[in-house]
Design a protein around this ligand. Sequence first.
Ligand code: BEZ
Ligand code: FE
Length: 287
Amino acid sequence: MTGYFTPDRSVEVVTGRTSATADPRTAEVVASLVEHLHAFVKDVELTQGEWQRAVDFLTATGRTCTDERQEFVLLSDVLGISMLVDAVAHPRPRGATESTVLGPFHVEGAPQRAMGDDICLDGLGESCLFEGRVLDLDGAPVAGACLDVWSDNAEGYYDVQQPDVQPRWNNRGRFITGADGRYCFRGIKPTAYPIPDDGPVGQLLAALGRSPYRPAHLHLIVTAPGFRPLVTHTFVDGDEYLGSDAVFGVKESLIATYTLTPQGPTTWRSTFDVVLAPDHPTDQPHQ
Ligand code: BEZ
Ligand code: FE
């Protein structure tokens, strides 16, 4: 018995109910959550009406979730929690390419394509040659690395958002590096787009006067035996939304240059080397 509930002793009374047989990590995480939530309620002097609105908002968020749409992850994204969890849970050694949010539009099993292939199947947009190398921390090429890449189309939609409009696997593909670690494929210069904003998260952004836009980016998941999987993007240098990404995914090191190519089959060329961290924990984390 930890005593009756009072505002002053609220945290110790609630966490004091946790049994000694509880899983220690669960007990630790919930104790900290209770401490922060109680402090938040006291800090803002939450009213009953505000609390009810919060409950209604979370209920609507849950009701918006389907097999294809995860509104809670979107909420976590716009509150900066997804980026923070990634930073805390996956510190990377200095020199390794930084990670960023996965987002909801990755699809497993994209077709494996040959180096040089074009992933743009709808013929829309400004064509772009993407090329670079996959390297280890010592600068040696990584052979057998898989780059799973995806981007939106020229109108700002992923193929899965428009299954009746876009060809299946439009702007997606997997590429496997050879002995030189090089990759090269064609696609389009990605375009900025708003995150799905027709649900509760969109209403929250509107209430806060925030833009739902993400700066133009290409998604990559890079995997290779003996290396830590990397979930990242490259961003288009100069994009107007780099400083206001709705999900806080931009990191300076991930901004790639796009140069106009006066000759050749593509309008743009973007070069980016990927540096993978070894599988086992090493070195000190970023920053
Ligand atoms: C995306 O880049 O695909 C994305 C990331 C977070 C939320 C919505 C979309
Ligand atoms: Fe995206």
